[in-house]
Design a binder for this molecule. Sequence first.
Ligand code: SAM
Length: 327
Amino acid sequence: SFHKSKGQHILKNPLLVDSIVQKSGIKTTDVILEIGPGTGNLTKKLLDAGKSVVAVELDPRMVLELQRRFQGTPYSHRLKVIQGDVLKTDLPYFDICVANIPYQISSPLTFKLLNHQPPFRCAVIMFQREFAMRLVAQPGDNLYCRLSANTQLRARVSHLLKVGKNNFRPPPKVDSSVVRIEPRKPAPDTNLVREFDGLMRICFNRKNKTLGSIFRQKTVLSVMEKNYKTLQALHQSQSNLSVDSIVRMDGSDFGDNGDDLRMEVDDGGDDEMELEDGDGGEVSEFKEKVLNVLKEGDFEEKRSSKLTQQEFLYLLSLFNKAGIHFS
Ligand code: SAM
């Protein structure tokens, strides 16, 4: 009896399992991470190909079945089974991840893997076909989306294998695909990753509209402006802090005087508030700023559905240069 809610669809075609293992490019020295080993059909072949397997399985019954299957065989000391939800598990070191996962965790699992340190060589994962096609979609493709752009910033992704539903028991409702994900090395800076996603959220909100019309939307502008002001205020208070400490360094007296000085600096912060309050024209001033960025990079008439990673990165750099950030 399989649990549909746990996405339990067991691979029953041994030729397919062989093909996945072969396409993974496993080395005999590899520590392999498997997610959702189930009854162990893939696990066994992974143990044949690599040095050891760490398998994370949610269902205790499956864990038992797996342990029973390899108990007393030469495989058993090269297999470590962790019982638990992979999304809540601290992953150990691994060289390569090979897995036929429950599809409901596709997105969080992909990002958990991309965040994993130290970076692994590659992950070869079975996904629902549509999710797989989104991962690998290129500018101009129908399924090109925020997921494609974010993933491809951090990894090279390629489609390896189409897999029909009848290779599983019980068969799922949808077709599947095996995808290879190779994290870029060095990994892009965490801040860049966060900002890039912030920009993608906006750009792919309406991916077939021009950026000009996307960035003219009131809701978009007001969120961006809020961020902008928060950041300005932060910079302001940081420079106040450093003024504060310079004054303190200069003055030998760290007593009451110091506190007074700090108060004065704080008052300076209030000017900011006044500026904000009397801002009848300020929204449109910010809008100008945003539209100027688009004009500078000739992005006004462009559509996200067609923009490459390089173009998005360039757009982000222009925004950043204008003091506009997305995280
Ligand atoms: N790998 C096996 C195979 O190919 O025959 C089974 C794959 S089945 C699609 C997914 C497996 O993942 C099931 O055994 C299920 O119990 C397990 N699973 C479901 N959610 C999980 C989670 N959050 N963490 C770890 N394993 C999970």
